[in-house]
Design a protein around this ligand. Structure first.
Ligand code: MN
Length: 481
């Protein structure tokens, strides 16, 4: 492509269809003195990217940068050179109609002037003086594409990279804090869904489950959250929740979403069984870890992000008295409340007393160790599941569950359990002979959840009812509540 040539720009656009400036093709009679403007445009096309344009020889030489300008010298970003744009483009903001080249919203992310240090066919070195970005950058060619690298100190001297993995902090089950301590605690609803820590970098959201599995593909709703945050780098903590028609979290509805691991099915299902990400914590923001900040401060910073969308919302914080919040949670059909110490730091992967969960219904995570065939209407399928809890590396029997299943759930469980079938009992403890007689044993890999009323003196579940599988939990995470 000749320097300062807009023929490619014009070839790709129809001036009668796009709202972008398309200057008439005039013979270039003079070599213009090169100006030194730069602009970065946020472009919500089929894939979000930032267009980085430098004024040069009467045009804007342009690169599409999928994740935006890197804030950190240790992380280079891909930059794809695109056709030169006319100078008029530097002030363009608006919507390119769908179906046209680059269809989507364009906004100016930053603009200013630059000092030129070097310009060759393979390397461009500039110092940017923008409103959001000040700093020295180099674009360099590697094969077909370019990379952009920040050369001087990071945007801030104490810049911390977005962490790869922050394990979620966990709450201890228990009672409400005593009234005398009320001032020290804040309250949130307990959302009956699955925990997810979401990382947003360069407008891309990635979700990790409690057992460190990447579950992004199962929840395409999160894509829009990434787009909304743009270049704001965050790590969020929250719960993925499916709501029923009355607006109450419904764990069994969510079950339909939890096992879907291919993108096309997940997208189809998200239309029928939508999921909302209910956000309750902010662990990292634009180069700064918030883990050592007190809960109250983290929540303040979370509020400033103004996160509210069709598929994401903030979990409200309530002041005490805790008893009132718990009563409200029961009236609203919520699972319970979380009491969080206002001065508590975030301790990744730890179950700490700084967070307490107080439940309206008792639930227990369980490991499936076997099943018994059904009778009557359930003949030919599962009658009950034989449940255990790991204790000192061994599986302790805690009872059976035979209610709470739908036909679809039973069919799904049957096929999963068949694959895990084995000859010997995985339980370390003695089982009642009636259970032993017709039991089918399985390798204890599947984690589920039951609701129950209380523990019997022998350590068995009273009145357990099946709530669903917990693919987000591993057997070693299961403990008595
Ligand atoms: Mn673009």
């Amino acid at each position: 492509m000749a320097k300062g040539d807009l023929s490619e720009y014009r070839r790709r656009r129809d001036a009668t269809r796009t709202s972008e400036p398309v200057p008439p093709a005039a013979p270039r009679t003079r070599k213009k003195k090169s100006g030194n403007r730069f602009v970065v445009q946020e472009h919500h096309a089929s894939a979000l990217h930032w267009d980085f344009r430098l004024e040069r020889d009467g045009v804007l030489v342009s690169w599409a940068v999928p994740k935006g300008l890197p804030p950190d010298p240790k992380v280079n970003h891909l930059a794809v050179q695109t056709e030169d744009h006319p100078l008029e483009y530097a002030t363009f903001e608006g919507t390119i109609p769908a179906g046209e080249y680059g269809g989507g919203e364009v906004t100016i992310w930053d603009h200013g002037t630059y000092d030129l240090e070097k310009w060759t066919d393979r390397e461009v070195k500039v110092v940017l003086h923008g409103e959001r970005v000040q700093g020295r950058f180099v674009l360099f060619k590697t094969g077909r594409n370019w990379m952009i690298h920040r050369m001087d100190a990071p945007a801030r001297p104490d810049w911390e990279r977005l962490p790869e993995l922050i394990k979620p902090m966990l709450a201890v089950p228990g009672e409400l804090p005593p009234p005398a301590e009320e001032q020290a605690w804040a309250y949130e609803m307990k959302w009956d869904g699955v925990r997810a820590v979401v990382y947003v970098d360069g407008g891309r959201a990635r979700a990790m489950s409690r057992n460190d599995r990447d579950i992004t593909v199962s929840y395409p709703e999160l894509r829009a959250l990434g787009l909304a945050l743009g270049t704001t780098q965050v790590v969020l903590d929250g719960e993925l929740v499916a709501f029923d028609e009355r607006g109450r979290p419904n764990f069994s509805t969510l079950q339909q979403r939890m096992h879907v691991a291919d993108a096309a099915s997940a997208r189809r299902l998200s239309a029928r069984v939508p999921v909302v990400y209910v956000i309750f914590d902010l662990l990292h923001l634009d180069g700064r870890s918030l883990l050592r900040e007190p809960y109250e401060r983290r929540r303040e910073e979370l509020d400033t992000l103004g996160l509210a969308g069709q598929s994401w919302q903030l979990s409200p914080v309530f002041d005490g008295p805790g008893a009132d919040v718990l009563a409200a949670s029961l009236a609203e059909g919520m699972e319970g409340v979380l009491a969080k110490r206002r001065d508590s730091i975030y301790e990744p992967g730890k179950r700490t007393k700084a967070w307490r969960k107080v439940k309206n219904i008792r639930t227990q995570e369980v490991v499936i160790g076997g099943w018994r065939p059904g009778k009557g209407r359930r003949a030919g399928t599962i009658g009950s599941l034989i449940l255990g809890i790991p204790e000192d590396g061994k599986l302790r029997y805690i009872g059976q569950v035979g209610t709470g299943f739908t036909d679809a759930l039973l069919a799904d469980l049957s096929s999963r359990l068949t694959r895990l079938e084995r000859k010997s009992s995985p339980f370390a403890t003695e089982l009642p002979s009636a259970v032993r007689r017709d039991a089918h044993w399985v390798t204890p890999k599947l984690v589920g959840e039951v609701a129950f009323t209380e523990w019997t003196p022998d350590g068995l579940l009273r009145h357990p009812s099946w709530r669903g599988l917990r693919p987000d939990k591993s057997p070693q995470d299961v403990r008595p509540e």
